[in-house]
Design a binder for this molecule. Structure first.
Ligand SMILES: Cc1cc2nc3c(=O)[nH]c(=O)nc-3n(C[C@H](O)[C@H](O)[C@H](O)COP(=O)(O)OP(=O)(O)OC[C@H]3O[C@@H](n4cnc5c(N)ncnc54)[C@H](O)[C@@H]3O)c2cc1C
Length: 425
């Protein structure tokens, strides 16, 4: 059996189900990653779907994956091209019989997978559920339509009735499995001009599995910041107010299960408190939005979202420019938007405020805001981004439908104006 692992948002070797399965009883295993030109095209709003910060992080993550696979004697083929064009050719030249990949269900990803299946009818496709904390087969909801609309209900039932699966390791292949493959296409060939993040960045993010593990080691064991996580997570400045795991999770450089088991170890060895639990709590939010997107499908991209109530929305291009450039009447919103534009990152507190301002204060089409985040964020993840935008815009899973008082938020979370001074002056 000759196996191909098609990597997408799962750029790791440890605890990666598609790779793990592919390396069981295989005669040959190769990997493929495609920088899909459609991911670098312009959105209808006129800015790129993938901006320079995320593109750079992605490129670093793919390069790291290639090295880590090499250590397992597995070659990684990397193309700039659509998977529907490049993969069938690779399958033919390598006599591949079976394709392993992570199951993706959002419409753009689905279209690509389905087109590929049509083109390769003789290839056995294994799409594995991965990237969750609670595996879909282990949750107490047999069908996606049964996922509750209230997060707390989901969390409590999963915590009570589901177990987190142990980690899995791929098998190394014999040396004869390896073949030399071309270097990665450059970012320039994807139409990206590399851009370095502003020195004021909260974190100098670098892509790849090893960097993810290094951050985990640092945040848990070197600094023991995990012991204060719940108290500091609403911070705005610097590396350590929160874990900064999101870009690695979004690209699949680390699995949420790995983080979960590491928290268990930390709790056994160093300290167990509400703060250490809270990181798991937040990872459950991440899972929740994945399940919500499975449940509601394309509704998560639609103006009225998943609620029945209809709001009046407008799209004013001048307001959009002011919001994206950090030129609104609200200094706290401006500081956050400038940080995003200059670094590709923004704190969770900042994201909630700028989203609320755009959608609730100015009552503008929330999808434009979500598209801007998609372009800029290093940690862009379709489920978390659209799920949170729906939530903050009053068309998602927030039973309270809140609007943030931005001035009050700035007083509470930036009482000495340090954050606003950092970005607004
Ligand atoms: C409007 C809006 C858009 C967002 N878009 C994204 C996105 O595209 N990608 C993304 O990963 N997160 C998104 N978030 C969630 C959250 O802001 C980030 O995950 C978090 O700020 C990342 O920093 P951290 O890793 O230090 O988080 P930590 O506070 O250290 O949390 C640990 C992990 O828990 C998860 N998590 C925490 N908060 C949330 C949340 N509200 N929703 C889902 N998962 C969460 C993340 O995986 C995060 O890495 C968005 C939030 C808002 C309000």
């Amino acid at each position: 059996m000759k196996h191909l692992v098609w990597f997408r948002n799962d750029l790791r070797t440890e605890d990666q189900y598609a790779l793990w399965k592919a390396t069981q009883q295989a005669e040959k295993v190769i990997g493929v990653y495609c920088f899909d030109p459609r991911h670098f095209a312009l959105t209808p709003y006129g800015f790129p779907k993938t901006g320079a910060y995320r593109a750079q992080f992605l490129w670093e993550s793919v390069r790291a994956l290639k090295r880590n696979l090499e250590a397992l004697n597995i070659p990684l083929w990397v193309f700039y091209g659509e998977p529907e064009t490049t993969i069938p050719e690779l399958v033919k030249t390598h006599g591949i019989t079976t394709l392993f990949t992570t199951h993706e269900w959002t419409s753009e990803e689905r279209k690509v997978t389905d087109a590929l299946k049509v083109q390769m009818p003789r290839i056995a496709f294994h799409e594995l559920q991965d990237g969750f904390l609670f595996h879909p087969e282990d949750i107490p909801y047999p069908a996606a339509k049964e996922i509750p609309e209230i997060f707390t209900e989901f969390r409590k039932k999963c915590e009570k009735l589901s177990k987190i699966r142990p980690l899995v390791e791929p098998k190394a292949m014999p040396k004869s499995n390896y073949e030399i493959t071309p270097e990665l296409p450059t970012l320039a060939s994807c139409g990206i001009t590399p851009q370095s993040a502003d020195k004021r960045t909260a974190f100098p993010f670098k892509g790849g599995e090893n960097k993810a593990l290094a951050r985990l080691e640092d945040y848990f064991y070197t600094t023991e910041n995990l012991s204060q996580y719940k108290q500091t997570r609403n911070g705005l400045i610097g590396a350590d107010y929160s874990s900064k795991f999101s870009p690695w999770l979004a690209h699949g450089c680390i699995s949420p299960r790995k983080i979960y088991w590491e928290v268990q170890q930390y709790e056994a060895e160093i300290c167990k408190n509400e703060d250490t639990y809270w990181l798991i709590f937040e990872l459950i939010w991440r899972d929740y939005f994945r399940y919500i997107s499975q449940k509601h499908g394309n509704k998560i991209f639609q103006l009225n979202g998943i609620v029945k109530q209809k709001y009046e929305w407008e799209f004013n291009a001048r307001k959009f420019e002011k919001w994206t450039q950090g030129k609104t009447p609200e200094p706290f919103v401006n500081a956050n938007m400038k940080e995003l534009a200059a670094t590709g990152f923004m704190s969770n507190r900042g994201r909630q405020n700028v989203a609320s301002f755009w959608a609730k204060e100015w009552e503008q089409d929330w999808r434009a805001g979500a598209a801007w985040f998609e372009s800029l964020l290093i940690d862009y993840d379709v489920h978390s981004n659209y799920g949170n935008w729906l939530y903050n815009s009053g068309v998602g899973n927030d039973p309270r439908d809140r609007k943030f008082n931005i001035r009050r938020q700035a007083e509470m979370y930036d009482p000495k104006n340090e954050y606003q001074d950092l970005w607004n002056t």
